[in-house]
Write a protein that binds this ligand. Structure first.
Ligand code: NAD
Length: 488
């Protein structure tokens, strides 16, 4: 099977490619050029995929054979590894990621698949002789069809982050991948769907948006939703899913604070601050977007960071010297610039204006240069709301308590970084932050064996780690009463 042979990127339903009525163009955000076309899922395709997954779940072959699931997930991992270059190339052309950043994303997929292959084998419940002659045990059973909804900013890593545990648990799945990355989705569908040993209908992939996503959320045949996307959409999904008392795992937006204490090693910290802003062009849930700096080092940070951000080389993935690619499309460039303009009108001071690239060879693309603004009011929208672009605010603090209070004064709680050479301060601050992940002298380091997710408006439940299976299993308590004396 080959996706490149197909002229239109299609869905993968019930073990085969499937078309749909509406075809649209895929566009390279760095150039505005059409790079292919794709079939867009509507209600019909979503329902067909759910039906295929429902039938596959009814057959015990998949849900009762954990060795098969582990084998298949490991094979899937090999397939993603073997096609890394193709995935990176597609992410560059369709999603704007530089090749280094594409590799960063793609590398997650095999690691996550392998970890979940191992998790499939850890299916041990608990049991106990609760009282003499009476036993209790708990059995974990897959919930059924998992609805997976992933955003366009990292379709490979985030689609697989939900799919792998769903399959490990014994669920079957429908992945609703975003239309913005339809060409990439098609390769994901091929690598997942055509894995030797995977029964037809177990893993279905459609390219769609809110219409097909909503079908998954409302279907009584889909008992669990694993959603990654914005907080606003997460709330809508939670509300809609409540009608069927559906389980929801929500990985939502963030406004990651980067806290730099007076004793931090700036030569180490500032390049990390730059990466935290420019990786995926700031379109990353964990983008470092709020810089909190001790007042005694503020002048030095302002000058040094300003220079570093002004020097970031913006360009297409096809140019190996590019350090940051484009935004996903031009409307998002305008949206981000309006946020910056509003912040300046509300009193933010410009350190680096950055902004849309309007002249020269990059003008046809959706490029936005990194922007750094200094603010003094934590309640400003530029501090409180996700910009989802390379826009960083800088604020100063004088005490540890003030830094913690500023960092926590947010609807979000996804992640945070603390920079200090002290032994106790970063640990104390990490424990006080309302945040699902905290990195000390680092940023965005994720490992499959450790849970990832959000406090407050950044989500519900956890991805990765052992907790990831909770979105996909039911716990069943079985009570046995063999008695203490043999039957006569
Ligand atoms: P979004 O919430 O607008 O949409 C995400 C996907 O949800 C879409 O591709 C669409 O298919 C689907 N969708 C939209 N409305 C829906 C509805 N009402 N019902 C069902 N499905 C619906 O997000 P986006 O703009 O595509 O992605 C960016 C957002 O994702 C940012 O807020 C970012 O922080 C967040 N994100 C979070 C994580 C995380 O792990 N916490 C990771 C990446 C991105």
């Amino acid at each position: 099977m080959s996706t490149t042979a197909a002229t239109v990127a299609r869905h993968w339903i019930d073990g085969q490619w499937s078309d749909s009525g509406e075809h649209r163009d895929s566009v390279n955000p760095a150039t505005g050029e059409v790079i292919g076309s794709y079939a867009m899922a509507d209600v019909k395709e979503a329902q067909a995929a759910i039906e295929a997954a429902r039938r596959a779940f009814a057959d015990p072959a998949w849900r009762t054979d954990r060795l098969l699931r582990a084998r298949v997930l490991n094979r899937m991992a090999d397939r993603f590894e073997e096609r890394t270059d193709d995935l990176v190339e597609l992410l560059g052309r369709e999603n704007g990621k530089t090749h280094d950043q594409g590799r960063l994303e793609v590398a997650f997929a095999p690691e996550t698949l392998r970890f979940n292959a191992a998790l499939a084998l850890t299916d041990t419940g608990t049991n106990s002789q609760v009282t003499e002659g009476e036993l209790s045990m708990v059995v974990r059973q897959p919930v059924g069809v998992a609805g997976i909804i992933a955003p366009w900013n990292s379709p490979v890593a985030l689609g697989i982050r939900s799919l792998a545990p769903a399959l490990a648990a014994g669920c079957t799945a429908v992945m609703n991948l975003p239309w913005q990355t339809a060409q990439t989705n098609s390769l994901i569908a091929e690598l997942v769907g055509d894995t030797p040993g995977l029964p037809s209908g177990v893993a279905n992939t459609i390219t769609g948006g809110h219409v097909s996503g909503d079908v998954l959320v409302r279907s009584p045949d889909v008992p669990t939703i694993s959603f990654t996307g914005s907080t606003a959409t997460g709330k809508q999904i939670g509300a809609a899913a409540a009608a069927n008392l559906k389980r929801v795992g929500l990985e939502l937006g963030g406004k990651t604070p980067l806290i730099i204490f007076e004793d931090a090693d700036l030569a180490h910290a500032l390049p990390i601050v730059v990466s935290a802003l420019i990786v995926f062009s700031g379109q990353f849930c964990m983008t470092g977007s709020r810089l909190l700096v001790h007042e005694r080092i503020a002048d030095q940070v302002r000058a040094d960071l300003g220079e570093r951000l002004s020097a970031v080389k913006v360009g297409p993935a096809s140019d190996p010297s590019s350090e940051m690619g484009p935004i996903i499309d031009k409307p998002n460039v305008e949206r981000i610039d309006k946020i910056v303009e509003d912040a300046i009108a509300q009193g933010a001071t410009v350190i680096v204006r950055g902004g849309p690239v309007a002249d020269g060879p990059l003008a046809a693309g959706a490029f936005y240069r990194p922007t750094l603004l200094e603010v003094h009011d934590n309640s400003m929208p530029i501090v409180q709301d996700e910009a989802f672009g390379p826009v960083l605010t800088m604020q100063t603090f004088s005490t540890e308590a003030e830094a913690i209070a500023m960092a926590n004064d947010s609807q979000y709680g996804l992640s945070a970084s603390v920079f200090s050479q002290d032994v106790d301060v970063p640990l104390r601050v990490a424990l006080a932050l309302e945040s699902g992940s905290v990195w000390v002298n680092d940023w965005a380091r994720l490992h499959d064996q450790f849970e990832e997710g959000g406090f407050k408006g950044s989500g519900l439940g956890r991805m990765r780690g052992f907790a990831v299976l909770d979105d996909f299993v039911e716990f069943k308590h079985v009570r046995l009463r063999p008695g203490t004396t043999p039957a006569a």
